[in-house]
Every structure is written in structure tokens, then in C-alpha cells.
Design a protein around this ligand. Structure first.
Ligand code: BDP
Length: 690
């Protein structure tokens, strides 16, 4: 009966008059439906923006009065805010802007403010890392070219078009609480620190500033040599120290609120202090000392590994733990969520919680380098939540990664979190309409690491897809209910399942790094040319042979388990207690090993791959069913990407099962669909599977 009523309502309410949408407005589609009076005794560029947003997007009571009050309150921290019926209170102008965006979000998601709400940021610095090269290309970018850098003649000239785009970018970030942007690739060109480039940074910073966004730069450790003309970049050399100090002074002369440096050193061929027999601490501290007088910070990355290490997963910990306590207090060690490299699933890096006398921040990857790029629909909040909620046990039970990095457990001078951006010059910014949800989710979690994936997906879907007031010509009061049931519920379910689906069809049960080389998109579990260093080949990670599969990181293997605090060390070490999601990350097991389900390891792998593929097929059906509720432009884009995702999931399944079957020598269970590709064709096509 309920279903019949809903069907009837659907017939009454649709077709909606949905305008085609190109996605450029992101989650900021709200338009005011009534006028509002804004009262504020202070004026500043930031407050003016807050007022303008209220007028532009107000959907509350007509002619209501909103009071913006800047007054300290002991419950409001940093740029936090308090919302009530009467308005917004904050300590800072930026807090007011954040509060206004929150108020509008409440209105637009149909969640009126009934009580007083206080909201404080989990991390003080909430930063997007742009891997943008100075020629306008983007490393691991899948949504066009850089919005900051162009190539060709006059590439450094600042145009009105540039400024408009930077402003839209800043507004979107401010609306979700992001307050920092690293403007260039971690594989940094020394040129970024030349005056010509710094002048462009100054122009970018001027547009971002009223929105509360500080600019940061990735810098190349060899800059004193390449652009400074020195003979060395040795951090203990006085001339080098002076060079960094002078450079810092120049930067702050142009950009007084400059945030600081991000550094990739002695990593994947980048220069660093080890070139001079010095440590990461020596390297980071020389920059930290230069930035300190101006309030700047250094985010020094822990992404290091060498060709000779027996287990790449161990190296960051081995290299950084002995340096704990040796870094200046304006250095933060930036650690990727997992010990290897942004794989579809990794356990958390053991450095979290372990470095007790050094500030540590997490680095997440918003751009879907290893998760289907701008083609696969993969909502990343569940992956980040899994990571942030991981218990490190470093200071007893409940020492989650979130609590170890947000200042709750360790008092860090600065707390921060970074996400590698998925933003480019494409009209819809992120390539895939649903990839916008990952930008949104990163910002929301950086602000409040306690939010659930469900809440974030719910908000984002309402803001991004709900018919806007002007479209809803039917003005039917039942429409939101129908929309909730017919669109919101199934699409949210699809989003929440999508990361697990990707793990299933790519790398289930703790498998990792099975990608085709270079583009990191399709499968390449066989890829191991002799000329390539072993830790860049797939068999190094899966170790499949006729005896079994998986990387032995137990005490009997590489002993990576010993980098984890008890009880995790024992839990991961024992195959009977190791969580199945990490099984082949920590263990090398026979194909016939029996899992808890009673299935053999081989059968379980087969079922996971099939399940992943089936999940994507369901996503296709879900999306087709919601067609009446989506404008045609975005509907067809997503539909077509889902088709490709499904085709790719089939390729992943066939490639991995046919390849591993050569070792397992066991049949694919007969209730599973047969492969539709031949292994040799897939190998020949490798890397071109898009
Ligand atoms: C890897 C990327 C590479 C980055 C590197 C890094 O493939 O493009 O430069 O990480 O984080 O995952 O430095």
C-alpha cells in the first residue's frame, strides 16, 4: 500500500522542471526565497562576504533578522561558531563566515536550528594539497588543467577570468571550512620560489584571503642551488641557512599571512638532507627556523622508501621514529593514511600515535589516483572514517588516529590535516559529478572528524541534487518525501557502498598495489619487467606462487607487525585474529586456507571479485531508476561513467582471477560468472583499459 501511495505521488509530482546543470555550482546551488535583515556592528572583507551569502541564499522566514556577533565565548574555539535562532556568534570574522554557511546549509537541507549549536574545528589547519605543475598540468589530476598555473606566453599574467575562478574556488572551500591551499606539486619546481612566481602567489593569496584561506607552497630542497646559485643545499651550511631566511622574508613581504612550506625530500628521487648525510630533522628545521619569525610552518612528508628495503611498508616508521623529538615545534610530519601509498585499503600507518614528541598530520588522497580516477563512482568518506577511527592503542584503548592528531591526546602546537585535491579546470571541477562529494567530505571531516559518512552523503546529496526552490514549480508539500524515498535513500546507499565495491573488484582481502604501471588505473598483477626496481612491481606485493598468496609481514616475515602497538601487533600477527580485510596484507597463506566463512582463500577471492562487479551492476540500476529526479545533463554523465566502471570492474575481476588461477590451479566456483576476457588480451591491453 505504502508503495502504491508513493507511486501515485511520483506520478503527481514528476516530471519536475529540472534545469540542466553542468555542476559548476557544486553544492552551492541555493538561492534565496525571501529577504532577510542582517545586523552586524563590524565590517571587514570577510564579514561582507558573510552578509552577501545571507542575502543570496536565505531560505528562512521572510524578513527575519539575523544578528552577527563577534564576541569571545569560552565554548567557541578558534574559528568555531555558535548558531541560534537569533543569529551567529564567533570569536573571529572567519568564524562568522563559517557560521553563516552552516546556517544556510541547515536551511537548504531542511534541518532547521531548534537549539543552540556550537561547532568547533577538529583541526586548526584544513588544507588542500594541489599537485599542480607550473606548466598547468596536474600530477594525478583527472579534471582538466590547473586553476592556478598556465603554460605559454604571459602565463604569469593575472586575468579577470583567473580571479573569478579563484574566488569561486575560495567560496566553495570556505563553505566547508577548508582554510589552506598548497598551490603547487610536491614534486616541486624550484622556480616557484622565484620572484616572478611569488608575485602570482601574492595575487592568488589576495583573492583567497577574505575567505580565510592561507596559501602554502611545496618547495624543492635544492632551491638554494638551482635558483640561489649556491654550491650546496646542505642544511647545516650557514649560507644555505641564510638563503632560506632571506627567502622567507621576501615571501612574507609579499604575502603576510603565508602559511608555510610542504616538502617532499629524499623521496622518489627528490633531493633532500640525506644527500648531504643529514637527517630529515636537519632538513625540516632549517626551513622551520626561517619561517618561525613570521609564524610559518613546515609540513615535512614521511613518504619515503628505498629500492633496497625488504618491506616498503616499514620504511617511513624506521626512518622517522629515531627522529621523534628532534623537530622544531613549527614542523608537522605529514603522513599518508596507510604505510604504503593511498591504496584502496591499507591499515593505518604505524607512525600515527607513535611519534609522541613530534606533531603529526594525516595526508589523504581526494583525487582518485588508485580508485578509478574520474570514472569510477567511489565515495571516500567511509575509507577516511575507517582510518580516523582506527585505534592505535598508543595511549591506551581509544587512541584513535583522529584523537592522536587533533590535539586531544598529544598537545601539538599546530594540528592539521591535508587532502590531495581533485580539482581542475573542468566545468564541474572534479571530472565526475560524484567526485565533488569527496572534496565536500574532506572539508566536512577536517572540520568535524566525528561526522558520519551517512551524514555527509546526506547533506551533499541534498545540496547537490535536491530540486532548487525555483525549479520546484509544483510547490507540492509531498515532494520532499517522495524525493527522499525515491532519490536520496537509494543514491546514498550506493555512495556508502561504493568504496567497498571498489575494494571488492580491485583488491579484496588486503591485496594491494596490483595496478598497471604509470597510470594506476587498470589491473597489472603480472607486471614485473626485469629492468624495474622490485618494489615497483606487482608480484613484490602479492607474492603469489603455487603455495599461496599474500605478503608475510608477521614476526616470521618482514616483521612489520612489530611497528604496531599491542594488542594490534599480536592481533595482526596471528592469522586467526587478523581482521580479514587485512589478511593478505599481513599474511602469506595457502590457496586452500579456510576463512571464517568456511570458504577456501581461493574461493573467497573469487566471490569478492564477483561481488564487486555485481555491486556496480546494482549501482547502474539504482541510477537508472532515479532518472526522473536528476537533470538530464548530470544524469547522462553519471550513467555513462557507471557503464565504464562496470566494464572496468569486469576487467579487474577477469584479470586478477585468471592471473592468480595460474598459481592456485583451482576452478572458479561454478556459481560465479565465467570470465569474459582472455588473460593474454588483457595483458596486451594493460594500461589501456580505459
Ligand atoms: C604516488 C603518486 C605520485 C606522487 C607520490 C607522492 O603516484 O605521483 O608524486 O605518490 O605522494 O602515489 O609523492
Amino acid at each position: 500500500m505504502k508503495n502504491q501511495i508513493i507511486s501515485l505521488l511520483v506520478l503527481i509530482c514528476v516530471p519536475l522542471l529540472l534545469h540542466a546543470e553542468d555542476g559548476h555550482n557544486l553544492w552551492l546551488r541555493g538561492k534565496s526565497t525571501a529577504s532577510v535583515n542582517v545586523v552586524c556592528s563590524k565590517h571587514s572583507a570577510t564579514i561582507d562576504i558573510a552578509e552577501q551569502e545571507l542575502h543570496q541564499e536565505w531560505q528562512g522566514k521572510a524578513n527575519a533578522t539575523v544578528v552577527l556577533t563577534i564576541k569571545p565565548n569560552k565554548f567557541i574555539k578558534g574559528d568555531g561558531y555558535m548558531l541560534s535562532d537569533d543569529g551567529v556568534q564567533a570569536n573571529t570574522d572567519l568564524g562568522i563566515l563559517y557560521g553563516v554557511f552552516a546556517l544556510l546549509r541547515h536551511q537548504q537541507t531542511g534541518n532547521p536550528i531548534r537549539d543552540v549549536i556550537i561547532s568547533n574545528p577538529s583541526y586548526e589547519r584544513r588544507i588542500l594539497d594541489h599537485w599542480d605543475n607550473l606548466d598547468g598540468t596536474i600530477e594525478r589530476g583527472y579534471a582538466g588543467r590547473s586553476i592556478f598555473w598556465h603554460d605559454g606566453k604571459d602565463s604569469l599574467a593575472v586575468t579577470e577570468k583567473d580571479k573569478k575562478l579563484w574566488q569561486a574556488y575560495a567560496r566553495a572551500n570556505a563553505s566547508i571550512g577548508i582554510n589552506g591551499a598548497v598551490l603547487d606539486n610536491v614534486n616541486a619546481s624550484p622556480l616557484i620560489l622565484t620572484t616572478a612566481y611569488l608575485n602570482r602567489v601574492k595575487a592568488i593569496a589576495a583573492v583567497l584571503r577574505p575567505y580565510g584561506i592561507r596559501t602554502y607552497l611545496s618547495v624543492n630542497f635544492a632551491s638554494p642551488i638551482v635558483i640561489g646559485g649556491l654550491k650546496t643545499a646542505d642544511p647545516l651550511n650557514p649560507e644555505v641557512q641564510k638563503w632560506w631566511k632571506d627567502k622567507a622574508r621576501e615571501i612574507y613581504g609579499l604575502i603576510p599571512d603565508f602559511g608555510g612550506f610542504l616538502v617532499k625530500a629524499n623521496s622518489e628521487g627528490q633531493p633532500g638532507p640525506q644527500n648531504y648525510g643529514r637527517t630529515h630533522a636537519d632538513g625540516a628545521n632549517v626551513m622551520a627556523d626561517a619561517l618561525r619569525p613570521f609564524g610559518g610552518i613546515v609540513m615535512w612528508r614521511a613518504f619515503v622508501y628505498s629500492a633496497n628495503d625488504k618491506d616498503r611498508a616499514k620504511q617511513a616508521y624506521s626512518e622517522f621514529m629515531p627522529l621523534d623529538g628532534k623537530f622544531r615545534d613549527n614542523v608537522i610530519i605529514q603522513v599518508k593514511n596507510g604505510p604504503i601509498d593511498f591504496q584502496p585499503r591499507e591499515p593505518f600507518s604505524p607512525l600515527f600515535g607513535a611519534m609522541k614528541q613530534t606533531s603529526v598530520m594525516s595526508e589523504l588522497e581526494i583525487t582518485q589516483e588508485y580508485l578509478g580516477q574520474a570514472i569510477h563512482l567511489v565515495f571516500l568518506a567511509p575509507m577516511w572514517k575507517e582510518f580516523l577511527k582506527s585505534d592505535t592503542y598508543q595511549e591506551g584503548k581509544g587512541s584513535t588516529v583522529a584523537r592522536c592528531t587533533d590535539g586531544t591526546i598529544f598537545s601539538q602546537k599546530y594540528t592539521a590535516i591535508a587532502g590531495v585535491s581533485n580539482i581542475g579546470s573542468d566545468t564541474n571541477w572534479c571530472g565526475h559529478p560524484f567526485a565533488q562529494a569527496n572534496w565536500y567530505a574532506f572539508g566536512r571531516l577536517a572540520w568535524n572528524d566525528q561526522l558520519s559518512s551517512d551524514q555527509i552523503a546526506d547533506e551533499w546529496l541534498k545540496l547537490t541534487f535536491m530540486p532548487t526552490a525555483s525549479e520546484d514549480k509544483t510547490k507540492s508539500t509531498v515532494l520532499p518525501i517522495v524525493w527522499d524515498i525515491k532519490f536520496l535513500k537509494p543514491v546514498k546507499q550506493m555512495m556508502l557502498e561504493s568504496r567497498e565495491a571498489a575494494v571488492n573488484y580491485m583488491m579484496p582481502l588486503g591485496l594491494h598495489c596490483l595496478f598497471a604501471p604509470e597510470n594506476h588505473y587498470g589491473p597489472g598483477p603480472w607486471w614485473a619487467p626485469k629492468y624495474v626496481r622490485k618494489d615497483w612491481t606487482a608480484p613484490y606485493y602479492h607474492q603469489a606462487d603455487t603455495a599461496g598468496i599474500g605478503f608475510d609481514r608477521t614476526e616470521n616475515g618482514s616483521d612489520a607487525v612489530s611497528q604496531y602497538h599491542e594488542p594490534l601487533r599480536s592481533l595482526f600477527n596471528d592469522v586467526n585474529t587478523c581482521p580479514e580485510i587485512y589478511l593478505l596484507w599481513f599474511h602469506h597463506l595457502p590457496w586452500t586456507y579456510k576463512l571464517k566463512s568456511g570458504r577456501t582463500l581461493w574461493d573467497a577471492l573469487c566471490y569478492h571479485y564477483q561481488e564487486g562487479l555485481d555491486q556496480v551492476r546494482e549501482f547502474q540500476k539504482t541510477w537508472d531508476r532515479v532518472q526522473p529526479y536528476v537533470d538530464s545533463e548530470r544524469f547522462y554523465v553519471v550513467q555513462s561513467k557507471l557503464r565504464q566502471q562496470c566494464e572496468n570492474a569486469q576487467v579487474w575481476k577477469d584479470a586478477c582471477l585468471l592471473y592468480f588461477q595460474q598459481f592456485s590451479r583451482m576452478p572458479i566456483p561454478y556459481d560465479i560468472e565465467r570470465p569474459v576476457h582472455n588473460l593474454n588480451d588483457l595483458k596486451n591491453d594493460m594500461g589501456r583499459s580505459r
